[in-house]
Design a protein around this ligand. Structure first.
Ligand SMILES: [Zn+2]
Length: 489
């Protein structure tokens, strides 16, 4: 919509009609965006801020066209002070040779400095001899390629980032998000030691977006670290994050019936219903307002709903914000209960575009319709929010909106299971007004209303009419968080 917005002390003071586009007036400045539209700032309701920062700080191999191209990028990143090299994004299918790389290739960059290069999907790691040695792995006869669990020793050997490095990563990542019109991020699986850099950046005015931290709880890390919920304008410690299962691609998602492409496997039950329930009891007893549980397979979703059923019966659980992250594959019998328990589905629409072909193989035709079922969830009255899961997927909200509305898998031309598409308005709501419900901030954010926080995004076209008429032309022109201009094109 076109509007003239007046801001005072970070809040919306007036919303007036405007015929020429968008005008934003603060106490000291006035900004004019002729022909542009304004809407509440976007919320990325599931992402990994430090993870994206790490990705942006690593040597990027994403667009490398050959093995030689990768090697020269890595070599030129090495300076006198380099102790480890971290690279990301290689994909041998993009290379002219099409061949898997080897340890010997990487040894041409250095034989003394350990080098770790992640494949684009995050499931394969390419290392040199020095990295194998540092991880305590005998290099004799080793290819230098490590898949999934085999990567663990190298992860353990990698030095932890310093507080200064974490600070840099947070800034890099949040400055990328703000360019996508994001004013708030629900940051998942946050390590306790990252909270201090977030707090410092928030208090010094350097954080361009609001952060709701969901801290690690799988091994009760929040208890070990003595954490409790804490409020702040730009940084809030809002909830605890658990994992009920793994991911579909690596057959870690926990399914009620075996995988269609491997009848011996059901996936991984990371926490049983009993353990989930006892973890959740501790969380609500400590006064946390939100619980977020990663659940992808139908068995994992059912486990979490069983545990949430118990939580709803606890005195402090009745009003708790109970979320299921991803909620990718839901048995038809569980949809009604999902709604009745008031559980929020925090979905990442771009996963559907990346995973469609793989999901068909893993799940088979019969239960495929239970997957990525956004319209079904909305029709059942379930609160559904949008998120990116960056750095696993793109941090762009426009990509997320496009996926919700079109459901066109990458590399394909037509919509996949089109009956589960949702409208542009529903998609925008999932990233704005509805998303704030998932952190309990809907009472002061997510609408252009007097008294609400002045978190705004200015766009070249109306995002609510984004899909049908505007296509890919839409651009983010400006982002305001807490009444301050944080980005302009
Ligand atoms: Zn995630």
């Amino acid at each position: 919509m076109f509007a003239e917005i007046h801001i005072e002390r970070g809040r919306i003071r007036a919303v007036l009609p405007c015929t020429i586009g968008t005008i934003v007036r603060t106490e000291t400045d006035s900004y004019e965006f002729p022909g542009c539209h304004v809407s509440p700032g976007f919320v990325d309701s599931h992402a990994h801020v430090v993870g994206l920062g790490e990705r942006l700080s690593a040597v990027s191999l994403h667009d490398a066209v050959s093995l030689e191209d990768c090697l020269s990028r890595i070599t030129s990143s090495i300076t006198d002070g380099t102790s480890w090299v971290r690279a990301m994004g290689w994909n041998q299918e993009r290379w002219s040779s099409n061949q898997w790389p080897s340890r010997d290739d990487l040894d041409r960059c250095s034989t003394v400095i350990p080098i770790v290069a992640m494949r684009v999907d995050g499931h394969a790691m390419w290392v040199n001899t020095a990295a194998l040695r540092a991880a305590g792995i005998d290099p004799t006869g080793h290819t230098g390629l490590l898949i999934d669990d085999a990567m663990r020793p190298v992860w353990s050997a990698l030095p932890a980032f310093s507080r200064e490095e974490v600070r840099e990563q947070i800034l890099r990542a949040t400055n990328e998000w703000v360019q996508h019109g994001v004013t708030e991020i629900h940051d998942m699986d946050v390590a306790p030691e990252w909270l201090e850099p977030f707090r410092e950046l928030a208090e010094s005015g350097h954080l361009p977006v609001r952060i709701q931290s969901f801290v690690r709880g799988q091994d009760r890390e929040w208890i070990e670290a003595g954490l409790l919920p804490a409020g702040g304008e730009l940084h809030r410690i809002a909830g605890v994050k658990l994992f009920a299962d793994g991911a579909l691609g690596s057959r870690g998602a926990y399914l009620r019936s075996p995988y269609s492409d491997d009848a011996t496997i059901h996936g991984i039950e990371l926490l049983s219903v009993d353990v989930l329930t006892s973890r959740m009891r501790e969380i609500v007893d400590a006064g946390w307002p939100c619980i977020a549980v990663h659940a992808i397979g139908d068995a994992a979703v059912r486990n979490v709903l069983d545990a949430y059923d118990v939580v709803r019966g606890l005195p402090d659980g009745r009003d708790a914000i109970l979320r299921i992250e991803h909620a990718q594959h839901i048995h038809p019998d569980d949809v009604e209960r999902f709604a009745r328990l008031g559980v929020i589905a925090c979905v990442q629409s771009t996963h559907c575009c990346s995973d469609a072909t793989m999901a068909e193989k893993r799940l088979g035709a019969d239960r495929l319709p239970w997957s990525y079922r956004w319209k079904t969830l909305l029709d059942a009255g379930i609160t559904m929010t949008g998120g990116s899961d960056a750095p696993i997927e793109s941090s762009s909200v426009l990509d997320g909106l496009r996926a919700f509305v079109h459901r066109t898998p990458y590399g394909m031309q037509s919509s996949w299971m089109p009956s589960e598409r949702i409208t542009s308005q529903q998609a925008v709501d999932a990233y704005t007004s509805i998303a704030h419900h998932a952190a309990g901030m809907e009472y002061r954010r997510g609408a252009l209303r007097v008294g609400f926080d002045a978190d705004l995004v200015v766009t070249s076209h109306d995002v609510c009419e984004y899909s049908d008429r505007i296509g890919d032309d839409i651009r983010i022109q400006a982002t305001f968080t807490a009444g301050r201009l944080r980005y302009s094109a």
